[in-house]
Design a protein around this ligand. Structure first.
Ligand SMILES: [Zn+2]
Length: 340
């Protein structure tokens, strides 16, 4: 394995590699993406650590030398990993204190030390403030990586000091998403059309997507009701009928949520493709290659930061819904953040 083999996260690996080759890495990075990308984030963190310290290769890694194998085994003395405690799911003030001490020590064998905070959003305010001190006075020859699927929970003062690197969804989009994709695309194209007020466009998209969700809810309900064959209920005891009815409603709700998640996945992969187009990535990396032209038009005029924030906005909607924040609120807050 070397950098060239990390094809899964081209938008991540290429910019990091370029900075590495130019010797212009930032002091601190924030890797963000959905929960599904967490494993990739850790792989890239380890790869970066290896490339910075490999004894065989420059700006890349061999995965065989003493330094590379130690990093792979988690046994390198200059690589510090912090993870939430398994029980409380918190990163404690004590952990951050130890981290700060460790990264400030002279390196044992590394050229560049690496401090990685996995699930950085699990730092509470106190731990976060402790970490902020380390960020404000970064130790020499040290790179810090924050990994987070919910960056909006981090202190803004931490966010502003880290260079953000979004990880895009690499899972193949479920085939079941296809019927919505056809309906979603025109709405997204309308939104990204030039020459309209951003807020007006965002409200329109909000209305359009809300409408599409109602449509999905109705068709889900009709389909399940048809399968349940409600007519036969008439002959049943009212008590049994109520029970079956409640069961049906629960199924409708569950199925609707699954369909809603598919729609959001579509939305996410669309903004991911737009981000790739902003970066002039090759078409073969797009999730929806058939919509490459549209994604490129949507990308025109967007900065990398804007495109990355759009992706965050969609991720925030998914997070909010997962935490049972009411759908209208989750949608409004997320969609109104979108930039065109
Ligand atoms: Zn090596």
């Amino acid at each position: 394995v070397s950098f060239a083999d990390l094809k899964m996260q081209k938008t991540v690996v290429d910019p990091l590699r370029r900075s590495l080759q130019r010797g212009r890495l930032a002091h601190a990075y924030l890797f963000t993406g959905s929960r599904h990308e967490c494993r990739d984030m850790e792989t890239v963190a380890r790869s970066l650590a290896k490339a910075l310290n490999c004894l065989q290769r420059e700006h890349d890694f061999c995965d065989r030398c003493d330094s590379c194998t130690r990093i792979e085994r988690g046994a390198h003395p200059d690589m510090y990993w912090v993870r939430p405690e398994s029980k409380s799911r918190r990163i404690t003030v004590e952990q951050i204190g130890e981290f700060e001490q460790a990264v400030n020590l002279r390196a044992n064998m590394a050229r560049v030390k690496l401090g990685v905070i996995v699930d950085a959003d699990c730092m509470g305010e106190e731990a976060g403030n402790g970490f902020l001190k380390t960020l404000e006075e970064p130790p020499a020859q040290t790179i810090m990586l924050l990994l987070s699927a919910e960056p909006q929970r981090l202190l803004p003062t931490i966010l502003s000091r880290c260079l953000k690197i979004p990880f895009l969804a690499t899972r193949p989009v479920a085939e079941t998403g296809a019927p919505y994709r056809a309906k979603l695309l025109p709405l997204l194209l309308k939104f990204s059309a030039r020459g309209q007020d951003r807020i007006v466009g965002a409200y329109q998209l909000h209305a359009d997507i809300t409408g599409l969700l109602r449509e999905i809810q109705d068709s889900t309900r009709k389909q399940l009701e048809a399968e349940a064959n409600l007519d036969r209920y008439e002959e049943l005891d009212p008590k049994v009928r109520d029970k079956l009815d409640a069961q049906l409603q629960a199924r409708v709700e569950g199925e609707y949520r699954a369909n809603r998640e598919r729609l959001l996945e579509e939305l996410y992969s669309w903004f991911g493709d737009v981000l790739l187009c902003v970066e002039n990535a090759d078409e073969k990396f797009l999730v929806h290659r058939d919509q490459a032209g549209a994604a490129r038009r949507a990308a025109a005029g967007l900065t990398y930061a804007q495109a990355a924030e759009n992706l965050d906005a969609v991720e925030q909607i998914r997070d909010s819904l997962a935490r049972n924040i009411p759908e209208p609120l989750a949608l409004e807050v997320g969609l109104l953040k979108l930039a065109q």
